[in-house]
Structures are given as structure tokens and as C-alpha cells.
Design a protein around this ligand. Structure first.
Ligand code: ZN
Length: 198
């Protein structure tokens, strides 16, 4: 199971990939002179990064990788995001898709990762099925979730985080560069429109 850092990177990437889909996305742009936070998509991008890591909050309860790691939870996130978008007067399908994709990226990473604790994997199809799913691809390392401040746990987690950054880092950078290019035209269009004589 990857670390929260790997999961947050995947959630962030999901948000930026959604920004590549043409349509009502002017509000996702910012001029090149704006802060990095605004250029990366403000609070919604941050929310997607948090959503990417959030399913593991179930570690606080005794039901890890069950309901929270399922298509049922993804559907719940999509509905909640759609309602929030409606209240905030934002494009509902785009916001719902972004949040659902960010959350679903967690399921994908866990499915691709090592899981040393049986039953291995995630109950990905809940509530349709209670079966556990894992790819056995062992793409991401096992992280230590107990006694995390002991030397062996810290080394294990550091190794996992370095590997996650090595795998996801290039993807994050590539998607960012494509996003900047895709949105730069829109941003200058918006600026021109805002400054056009009425
Ligand atoms: Zn998880």
C-alpha cells in the first residue's frame, strides 16, 4: 500500500488530467504571472490531492481497505462533489469527474501495490461484491503503518516514498507541462476578454 504522499501525487495528477478535457474550464486557468497555487488550480486541485490520500483515513477505524476503497465510495464522492459544485456555481460534471477520478486513483494505486496483510488488496466492488482485489504487480512498496517512528519503519517508508516519487514524479511533471500548454491559450483569451472595451 503506497504512502499518503504517493496517493496525493496521484490525486493531483487526476485533477490536472481532467483539466485537459476541453469544455467549460476557463475558471481553471490563471495568468503566468499568478502564484503557483492559482496556476495549479487553486483549492480544487488541493482538494483532489487530499481526496487521493483520504481513503486511508479508514485506518482510524477497524475496516481498512473495505468500504472506503470501493466503487461505492467513488460514487459517493462524485455525488457529494456534484452537490458542492452546484452550490458553488461551478460546472457540475467536471468537478464531479475530477473528485471521483482523484479518489479512484487511490484504489488503482492500492491495487497495484504490495499488500503484506491478508486479506490482500481492496474490496473494490463494494457494495456489489465483498471480494478482495489485488493485481500482484507489486508496483508500489509496502509502507509501515505501525510504530512509524522506529528506525526500521522510517527506512521502509522513506524507501517507499522515494520509489513513489521516482514512478509518479515524471508523470506529474509531464501532465503539468501539457496542462500549462493547454490552458495558456485559454488564460490569455480570458485576460483579453476581461480587458476588452465594453
Ligand atoms: Zn488505501
Amino acid at each position: 500500500m503506497p504512502s499518503p504522499i504517493g496517493h496525493a501525487l496521484a490525486g493531483l495528477t487526476a485533477a490536472w488530467i481532467a483539466d485537459l478535457v476541453p469544455g467549460d474550464r476557463d475558471w481553471r486557468t490563471a495568468p503566468a504571472s499568478a502564484s503557483l497555487y492559482r496556476r495549479s488550480g487553486n483549492g480544487l486541485t488541493l482538494a483532489c490531492a487530499v481526496l487521493g490520500a483520504s481513503p486511508d483515513l479508514d485506518l482510524l477505524f477497524a475496516a481498512h481497505r473495505t468500504v472506503t476503497h470501493s466503487v461505492g465510495a467513488v460514487a459517493f464522492v462524485a455525488i457529494f462533489a456534484a452537490a458542492s459544485a452546484a452550490l458553488a456555481d461551478r460546472p457540475i460534471p467536471r468537478v464531479a469527474a475530477m473528485c471521483a477520478a482523484a479518489y479512484a486513483s487511490h484504489l488503482l494505486l492500492d491495487w497495484l501495490g504490495v499488500d503484506e496483510f491478508p486479506p490482500r488488496g481492496i474490496q473494490g466492488l463494494w457494495p456489489l461484491s465483498h471480494k478482495w482485489f489485488i493485481s500482484y504487480a507489486d508496483f508500489f512498496r509496502q509502507t509501515a503503518r505501525r510504530e512509524i517512528f522506529t528506525a526500521p519503519s522510517m527506512i521502509k517508508n522513506l524507501e517507499a516514498i522515494v520509489q513513489e516519487i521516482a514512478i509518479l514524479g515524471p508523470v506529474v511533471v509531464a501532465v503539468w507541462l501539457v496542462r500549462v500548454k493547454a490552458l495558456s491559450g485559454l488564460s490569455s483569451e480570458v485576460t483579453r476578454r476581461d480587458h476588452a472595451p465594453q
